[in-house]
Design a protein around this ligand. Structure first.
Ligand code: SF4
Ligand code: SF4
Length: 324
């Protein structure tokens, strides 16, 4: 082990990124890093066997910068950098599957909303053969974090097989954001084992608002599926319901009350609040009092109803800047 400043992704991370702008392997998915993030490990990846010598050479190049006491330019001021003791070996223990492809929702705030057809027609590759190869070679080891980003994971053809394989091979920290329009047996299995954390952003408390924001009439289905997941959870933080405040769509206390009541009724004990990103960026410094009030309302009321009720980091930062 050697002690220096680095992060889990520089040391043992990979981001399989598939989208309309191409398919690459990145170091991480943290694009909000002040330094820019987006460190490329393999451009134009199509699922073919990876040249591991070349891959580790590149990883070593970045690790050596951190070991020398310098900081990788793209990682400047990243919140994930920390001083720690890091393993002196090549390994991957954290992976993000960023498939900016299919989704069965059409949220008004999603970047895919501008051209849903285009995003839904992106052809990816099956990542499971790559993962199996990595596990068999001892390259991919349990201990880190596994997550998904982009589209709807349950719509990937290989989703059930991929998650079964990970669960069967000791990976026990898997985060799955899902629209919950489609029920997934393997999510239920992972939640019941305490190995999967599932998060659904329902953003509404009734069918009409759901349909207006998500572009389909599936509120009851989503509630039913989340209830199934919540019924098998062994830890409160494993099933999360989130409410993204979208001004003009769901910024009403009556809607929020219905959402909180629904969560309670179906056994969810973790409620999370966020604010729609683009709106927040445009109103960071002014005109946001009503939205801040709603965030506080959720944190207060939700805090008294659930074991966990939190705001997403950027929302809490906004609140921290507000004088009482
Ligand atoms: S320091 Fe930040 S930007 Fe750099 S690899 Fe780690 S998470 Fe990504
Ligand atoms: S569920 Fe997620 S990926 Fe799908 S449209 Fe909504 S925000 Fe986009």
């Amino acid at each position: 082990m050697s002690e220096y400043i680095s992060c889990d992704w520089i040391e043992g991370g990979m981001d399989f990124d598939v989208g309309v702008f191409g398919s690459n392997i990145m170091m991480c998915c943290y694009v909000s890093c002040p330094g820019g993030g987006n460190i490329m490990l393999k451009r134009g990846f199509d699922g073919s066997p990876i040249d591991w010598d070349e891959f580790w050479r590149l990883k070593k190049h970045y690790k050596d910068i951190q070991k020398s006491g310098e900081t990788i330019k793209e990682c400047t001021d990243c919140v994930f950098l920390r001083k720690d003791k890091w393993r002196d070996k090549n390994y991957i223990d954290s992976i993000i599957f960023d498939h900016f492809t299919k989704c069965n929702c059409d949220c008004v705030y999603c970047y895919t909303h501008e051209d849903k057809k285009k995003y839904n027609s992106v052809q990816g590759y099956n990542v499971l053969p790559v993962i199996k190869d990595m596990v068999e070679r001892g390259i991919f080891i349990p201990g880190g974090q596994i997550g998904f980003g982009g589209g709807e994971p349950t719509m990937l053809e290989e989703f059930e097989d991929l998650i079964h394989y990970l669960l069967d091979n000791g990976f026990d920290n898997i985060s799955i954001p899902t629209s919950a329009v489609k029920y997934s047996p393997v999510i239920e299995k992972g939640v019941s084992q305490g190995k999967i954390h599932v998060k659904n952003s329902i953003d509404s408390g009734c069918r009409e608002t759901f349909a207006m924001i998500k572009g389909l009439d599936a509120f009851d289905t989503v509630v039913k599926n989340m209830k199934r997941y919540a019924s098998v959870k062994i830890d409160d933080c494993d099933v999360i319901s989130k409410y993204i405040i979208c001004p003009g769509y769901n910024d009403r206390k009556s809607e929020i009350d219905k959402w909180l009541d629904t969560c309670k009724k179906i056994g969810i004990e973790y409620a999370e609040v966020s604010v729609e990103n683009i709106w927040l960026r445009n109103h960071r410094h002014e005109g946001n009092e009503e939205v801040i009030e709603l965030v506080k309302y959720i944190l207060d009321k939700g805090g008294s109803m659930f074991n966990i009720c939190k705001g997403e980091n950027h929302v809490m930062q906004l609140l921290a800047g507000v004088k009482e």
